[in-house]
Design a protein around this ligand. Structure first.
Ligand code: PEP
Length: 249
């Protein structure tokens, strides 16, 4: 019922020419695959190139961040409205790098989620615990707090369009992963928490795992019943490795 969603997060990598080459390559390698939704989130600079290069394929496109106002004196920002005008489908919101390096708060994440949905952009909301929180047995409290804050004030219908990415912070870019069973357990807890207030949306909302997902571990991760996809950093940069992950899903 929930279509798996494998989405790349290129972060601050690739210039426009590299973005175009990678999408052209990827497009060929994933042609005809329809059991998985395939997405690429790129820098704002590369978004329209990615979108144009992906034309005629099933690859969907996303931003890595937005601001919640539609336009105005917000130097350096881009809005959900601008994404919608360029037919971009998704945006990552609240990635741990933004929370940690740029001080993004749960309140701001909620404003961004609302703005994205208002303009028909599907948010990929990142949540996850630090290593210290994991050691202190606070995983459930942390992720549920972040999810509740991100979804605050949304209707059940709107929540259906939200994608959640469970990304333990200690697993991002480190080569460490939560075991597939552990990722499945936390994702089940997130779904259970959502179902307390939104039982119908909880059945439909897709919850990805993210954190050093690679070609060698994607099958095991994706074989877990609660895991609806992956948010992939490093391994999405090369068309070969990313396509391999999609083929194995
Ligand atoms: C990410 O940036 O969301 C991520 C999961 O990165 P990596 O796959 O490199 O750990």
């Amino acid at each position: 019922m929930r279509k798996p969603f494998i989405c790349g997060n290129w972060k601050m990598n690739k210039n426009v020419a590299e973005a175009e080459t990678t999408i052209n390559d990827l497009k060929d390698k994933v042609a005809g695959i329809d059991n998985v939704e395939v997405g690429i989130c790129s820098t704002a600079l590369c978004l329209t190139t990615v979108k144009r290069a992906a034309a005629g394929s099933e690859i969907v496109t996303g931003a890595e961040n937005i601001y919640w106002e539609d336009s105005g004196a917000y130097t350096g920002e881009i809005s959900a409205k601008m994404l919608a005008d360029s037919e971009i489908e998704y945006t990552i919101i609240g990635h741990s790098e933004r929370r940690q390096l740029f001080g993004e708060s749960d309140y701001e994440v909620n404003l961004k989620v609302k703005s994205a949905l208002k303009h028909g952009i599907k948010p990929i909301v990142c949540v996850g615990e630090t290593l210290a929180e994991r050691k202190a047995d606070q995983i459930e409290a942390k992720v549920n707090f972040q999810v509740d804050a991100a979804l605050k004030g949304l209707s059940e219908d709107e929540i259906t369009d939200v994608v959640i990415a469970y990304e333990p912070i200690w697993a991002i870019g480190t080569g460490e992963t939560a075991s597939a069973e552990e990722a499945n357990r936390v994702i089940a807890l997130i779904r259970e928490n959502i179902s307390q207030s939104y039982p119908e949306a909880a059945k439909k909302v897709r919850i990805q795992y993210g954190g050093s997902v690679k070609p060698h571990n994607v099958e095991e991760i994706m074989s877990q019943p609660e895991i609806d996809g992956a948010l992939v950093g490093g391994a999405s940069l090369e068309a070969d490795s990313f396509a391999e992950m999609i083929t194995k899903t």
